[in-house]
Design a protein around this ligand. Sequence first.
Ligand code: LMR
Length: 348
Amino acid sequence: MTFGCARMSVTRRQLLRGFAAAAASVATPSWAYTPNRPLVLKFSHVVADDTPKGLAAQFFAKRVTELTAAKVRVEVYPSSSLHSDKDEIEALQVGAVQLLAPSLAKFGLLGLREFEVFDLPFLFDNLLEARQLTQGKVGQLLMSKLSARGLLGLGFWENGFKSFSATTPLIRPVDFKGKRIRIQPSSVLDAQIRALGAVPYPLAFSELPNALRTGLVDGQEGPLSNFYTQSLQSVQKHLTLSEHGYLGYAVIANQRFWERMPGDLRSLTEVALLEATDYANSIAHRKSEEALQAVLATGKTVVHRLNSDQRLALRKALLPVHRQMEGRIGRELLTQVYAVTGFDPSAA
Ligand code: LMR
């Protein structure tokens, strides 16, 4: 298994500290804007440009340039080109980058288990329910947990619902038996895969295409835009539109850096972020649909739609995960979440 900051090599850590020291020395003299020296915000992420997150990051960068008259410049590094999700949060904490948008499933790595509530299977019937959570008290509560880690939450961006894929069809729960399925490093996702009799295999996103190509894993779960833009149709013969779980992001900044930005530039940057959040959430569904059509057009992957009995069987197999994860996520938070989404864990 190759996930987790704890496993980061010493060399990598030293490199990041070096970046941090360099960043601090550059920044120390003054935060005041001087011509030809815009304030640079590095925004690192792991997915392709043509995804909801990739497009929203570019939109944000453009709006920051416009609103601040180029006094702030956002440099977007997509596709793990600067940091992969094995080390991006540490890079943010030490100041080597200033912005990230990890999926909510990755915050458990920081000890922020509550974020994993979003990974619970079949929690949402539609994206609006997820949005009610992120934009309400639950979202605020989660964001408030970040400052203990030196981070600041700026917004929630949506991607959409996940589908399972594999080298063989995954229709009934029994089809999952013994399959090695790549997951993000979340205990809830681990429990979800085990509930299906499959073997969870946490891997960094950048490692996913190759892990499928070499047969290290048999399948994966993820949103359609990631499936298509990572060309998984070349290595996954079967895709099931299971929509069994949600994938969204929290845009986060290095808190210390953010607080030290000149107030006027920070406010304008935050306006751009609000606009980018609206933009991300307005394109998420469309990007999924486009990705599905694009996958179908390749003719390489068989796309399965579940009928209501098949969906019910999958749901039944996965519902025990809610009870199992109660201790990890916290009963109080779960009750709050169920009250918003109307989810009833006892009803199959
Ligand atoms: C994954 O690791 O599958 C996702 O978190 C990637 C992403 O950022 O959408």
